[in-house]
Write a protein that binds this ligand. Sequence first.
Ligand code: AMP
Length: 441
Amino acid sequence: MTFEDLNLNKPLLNALADLKYTKPTTIQHKAFPVVMSGRDVVGIAQTGTGKTLSYLLPALRQWEFSKDAVPRILVMVPTRELVTQVVETAELLSKYMSVKVVGVYGGTNIKTQMAALYGGADIVVGTPGRIFDLALNGSLKMKSIKKLVIDEVDEMLSLGFRYQLTNILTLLPQKRQNLMFSATLTDEVEALINDFFNAPEKIEAAPAGSPLENITQTAYEVPNFNTKINLLDMLLSSDAEMKKVLVFTATKKMADDVYELIAPKFEGKIGVIHSNKSQNNRFDTVEKFQDGSYRALIATDIIARGLDISEVSHVINFDVPDVPESYIHRIGRTGRADKKGISITFASPREDEFRTAIESLMKFKIPVIPNPEGLEISDVLTRDEMPNNETRNIQDKFKIPELGVAFHEKKAKNKKVNMHMTRAEKLKLKYGKPKKRKPKK
Ligand code: AMP
C-alpha cells in the first residue's frame, strides 16, 4: 500500500513526497478511514509507529479553509519536546495548505503564547497544564474545537496530569471527535475512555504488550553497575553498527553517573539528557544526537518519551525498568516507523523480578546472549548495591546460587576477595589515602 491508495489530496501528497514518505505505516492506514468517518478512536501505538501522522493526515484531509483562524484541532501531549515535534510535523504536512499551528507549553512566558493565540491559530498543540491555564484566562478559545487529540495519554496520566486533563475535557464542546493514543491500555486509561469517549473504535499498531516484530531483543546478564559500565564501553568500542544508540537509565543520577564514566572514553560523542537539564541544553543535545554528532544519548524514561529521534540503531536498557510498560516504550524507540531495530538489556540479578514481569507482559522471553569475550566483571559495588542498603538489598539475592541468581563463573583474577583488611586499609578505601588517628589531647 502507498499513500496514493489512501484518499488523500494533492497538497498532502506533495507534502508527503517532500518528506520522502512513500508507504503509510500500519497505524496510519488503519486509522485513516476511521478518523475520516468521524468516530472516536483509541489507538494503541508506541512512539515510532507513525502515530502522529495517523491523526494529522485524516485531520488535514478534512480541513476546510476558513478565514477566521479559530482553533479547530487541539492536540494534547505530555512533554514540551513532543509539542515542538508535533508542531513541526503539522507544519511540514500542511506546507501546501493554509493552516496555522501554534505550540504552547509550560516553563516559558505565557504572554508570548497568549499573543500567538490572539494572532490566530487553527491547530493548537500543547501540554495539559499550559492548555488549561490558557483556556482559563480566555486566550485559548475552546468553543470552536471540533477534534481533540490526546497523545501518549498513559504517559500524561503517569506524569500526574489527570486533573488538568479531565478539566480540559469538561471545558470542550460536547460535540467533538476524540482521538486518543496510548502505548498501553492501563485501567486508568480505560476509565478515562469510558467517562469521556463515545463508543470509540480501537486500533492497534502492534498489539499492546507483544514484542514489536521488527525489534530484535537480547539481554546480557551482568552482576552490577560497574560491570554494566564495562559492557557498555566494550559494545560501543567494538560494534561499529552502533551508530545511534539510546541508552536508558532509571534515574537522573544514574544517567549522570553513566555519562561521567563513559563520556571521557568517547570524547564529544556521548550526550546526556534528563529533566534537570535546561530547555536549551535539552534541545541542543537532541539536535546533536539527531544529526549524528553524538553516537549515544543517555536518557531517562520520561525525557526520552517525548523525543522524536529517527533511525535509532540500538536501544540499550542500562537498567531493567521496574514498570514493565516502560520497557515496551523504551524498545519502541528503535526500529521506528516499520524499520528494523535492536534492543539490548543489561540485566543484573537484583532486577530478575522486573525482567520476569516484562516477559510475562510480552509473553516473550528475552533471549540471553553470552557476555562478550574479555568482559571485565567488576566486584566494586555502588552504594545502592551495598548489602546493608535497606532499600536495595541485592547482595542477598546475589550470593545464593541455589536460587539460580548467580550467573557465570568469575574469572580467576576476579575471584580473589581480600577478606582481611587493616583499619588503615579500610580508611584508605574510604578516603583514598591513609589516615592516622589524631593523638588524644
Ligand atoms: P511517530 O510514531 O509519529 O513519533 O513517528 C515516528 C517517526 O517515523 C517520525 O520520525 C516520523 O517522521 C516517521 N514517519 C512517520 N510516518 C512515516 C512513514 N509513513 N514513512 C516513513 N517515516 C515515517
